[in-house]
Design a protein around this ligand. Structure first.
Ligand SMILES: [Zn+2]
Ligand SMILES: [Zn+2]
Length: 246
């Protein structure tokens, strides 16, 4: 079995184009994990018939709701409907646990009284410090995005492959390192030409294209304006349901 990457959600925060928020599922011979878990991600997985209990690790790039807002719902269902018994690890930047506990209590008041019957572990990793978590080696990089979200880009090594994702970020000096030698580099491309703070647009990506030394690059997280232009560009673009075998 090879490594496959499934875009359960490839959209922006606002449902542009009817797309689900970021949720990138990775299947390998040794583990199944997701990168980011937006508010709509449980719906996205259910629509694809993917049992969320089979996900061993959730890796979060940052703490905006379109990248982590689905956590209260997956945890609640894991405790009630899906009756999860196997361990779940949630990996993210600093403050991940504190912010997600607060988010859970805000969206599902009373949830803190429930004790999971499975091992739930939060791991907060520092940037530029490769960290082994189960079968994954995760390296996060500083991203140029809303500071309160503790923004990072991530690079995950697993089963002899490297999958990397910018998360939400304006161009910065680390992005070539995130992409370097990746088997799949997933790159935010929020707008086509409108400059927007804390994000990359298509013109930024083209300006730096030669610095992105990945084996394969896919653009994602499109605004309405980018949705109108996505079919006119030669680069590979993500969509909900896209499956890539590495
Ligand atoms: Zn986002
Ligand atoms: Zn964001």
């Amino acid at each position: 079995m090879s490594v496959t990457v499934t875009f359960a959600g490839s959209g922006d925060a606002f449902g542009s184009g009817g797309r689900f928020q970021t949720c990138i599922l990775v299947d390998t011979p040794v583990t199944r994990f997701v990168i980011d878990f937006g508010a709509s991600s449980l719906v996205a997985l259910n629509k694809m018939g993917i049992e969320h209990n089979t996900i061993e690790t959730i890796v979060l790039t940052h703490l905006h709701g379109d990248h982590c807002g689905g956590i209260p719902f997956i945890l609640m269902d894991a405790m009630l409907g899906a009756k999860r018994e196997t361990p779940l690890t949630i990996v993210g930047p600093r403050e991940t646990e504190k912010k997600l506990v607060a988010l859970s209590e805000a969206t599902m008041p009373g949830m803190h009284f429930m004790i999971p019957k499975f091992d739930l572990t939060y791991v907060e990793i520092d940037v530029l410090n490769p960290t082994q978590i189960g079968n994954l080696i995760i390296t996060s990089f500083p991203a140029n995005h809303t500071g309160q979200t503790k923004p990072t880009s991530v690079r995950v090594e697993v089963a002899g492959k490297i999958i990397s994702y910018t998360g939400d970020s304006a161009w910065n000096k680390y992005i070539p390192k995130v992409a370097e030698n990746s088997d799949l580099f997933i790159c935010e491309c929020y707008y086509y030409e409108k400059p927007i703070r804390f994000h990359m647009n298509y013109k930024d990506i083209k300006a730096h294209w030669n610095e992105l030394k990945a084996k394969r690059t896919v653009l994602t997280h499109f605004s309405r304006e980018m949705m109108l232009n996505k079919d006119s560009i030669p680069e590979e673009t993500a969509y909900d349901g896209l499956v890539i075998s590495l």
